[in-house]
Design a binder for this molecule. Structure first.
Ligand code: GSH
Length: 348
């Protein structure tokens, strides 16, 4: 058997799979200490509290000056720009997978912008809403290249590092059953510690969203020492999350994502947004707030689109700035008219 595991360990793995409580069962079943009207509460407070992860290259991580940057951070900044006209009026709150939903339910954060998969149970019994999928992902595995493993099937008997309170943990159990691959989970909450355990060889493989694997691989001194296996075992529609029952705030989050998408579709960029004020295309005029009065329909300023785009740029620019450098391609996150799934409904 691979990895020299004893039959006992394999048995332990089977036991763990068979009896592991679904991660969501540990989270509180209902909302919420959060305010009923998030927009008013955010305005009164003067900052948006945005839940990000604890540090994932490309998505949310402090730079050498200690300034948090990344794809997820740009969404926090975009929302602050939409609400306040100022992208800096945002407080980033680090959340592990395990605590993120409680942080949102309790009102500690107003929105989650951190690799969170939209699932039916989270959408219903956890009292959350997922206004927009800003990154289509799937779950994968990473191993050390030196292990010689080339496909997930070969992980039979392996130890696999995984974070608790994640779809990752649940998918791993599902996959293990359906693919008849046994494994021993090594469950660690903090990302930094999971990665340290994996690098130190405490587990043979690390499983999470492929974007997270790419981010972690890129952050290693020798990325070539790590291999992301070709298998993708799930759909992980990573979405912005808000509390259920506040449709107005959900609309702001949803349409801020669509603004970034529509701007890309119509060629509006961080650099050219001012000159787009004179673009004759009617939808562009509505996006930049010259006509249509769309901003006020959201409870925002007429020029919210311009403010947001000046602060962060369009979806393609955000992607290029933060995700291309760590080797993530557009793939399913390409625009709908370029073979992808990202599609903004009409700005009218
Ligand atoms: N998309 C999955 C997994 C998301 C997730 O949070 N994964 C962990 C595993 S590495 C993570 O990124 N944690 C970040 C952190 O703790 O900072 C989910 O929504 O459950």
């Amino acid at each position: 058997m691979a990895f020299g595991l004893s039959a006992m360990r394999t048995l332990a793995a089977a036991f763990a799979i068979g009896t592991a409580a679904p991660a969501l069962a540990q989270a509180p079943a209902a909302p919420s200490g959060g305010p009923a009207n998030t927009l008013d509460a955010v305005k009164a407070r003067g900052t948006l509290a945005c839940g990000v992860n604890t540090g994932l290259a490309g998505f949310a991580q402090p730079d050498s000056q200690g300034v948090w940057r990344g794809f997820d951070v740009e969404y926090c900044r975009a929302l602050a720009a939409a609400i306040f006209g100022d992208a800096n009026k945002v407080k980033l709150v680090s959340t592990t997978a395990q605590v993120r939903f409680t942080a949102l339910q309790s009102g500690e954060v107003d929105v989650l912008s951190r690799n969170t998969t939209w699932t039916l149970s989270r959408d219903t019994s956890l009292g959350l809403d997922f206004p927009a999928i800003n990154f289509f992902d799937g779950q994968g595995f990473m191993v050390k290249t030196s292990l010689g493993v080339k496909a997930a099937k070969e992980l039979d008997g392996a130890t696999i590092c995984v974070a608790p309170g994640t779809t990752t943990e649940q998918n791993l159990a599902d996959w293990s059953r359906s693919a008849a691959v046994k494994f021993t989970p090594v469950v660690i909450e903090r990302l930094e510690e999971i990665v340290a355990a994996f690098v130190a060889g405490r587990c043979d493989a690390y499983t999470t969203d492929v974007s997270g694997l790419a981010a972690t691989r890129a952050a290693q001194t020798k990325p070539a020492d790590y291999l992301i296996l070709p298998d993708v075992i799930s759909k992980e529609p990573l979405a912005l999350g808000v509390r259920q029952g506040d449709a107005r705030f959900a609309d702001i989050v949803r349409w801020t994502h669509y603004l970034l998408l529509a701007a890309e579709e119509f060629g509006i960029t961080q650099a050219n947004v001012d000159s787009m004020m004179t673009d004759p295309r009617p939808e562009v005029q509505r996006i930049v707030g010259k006509t249509g009065g769309l901003g006020p329909m959201l409870g925002l300023a007429d020029n919210w689109g311009v403010t947001v785009l000046k602060a962060v740029g369009n979806y393609g620019e955000v992607f290029k700035r933060h995700l291309e450098p760590i080797g993530i391609q557009r793939g399913p996150n390409a625009q709908w008219n370029k073979g992808g799934l990202q599609y903004a409904p009409p700005f009218r």
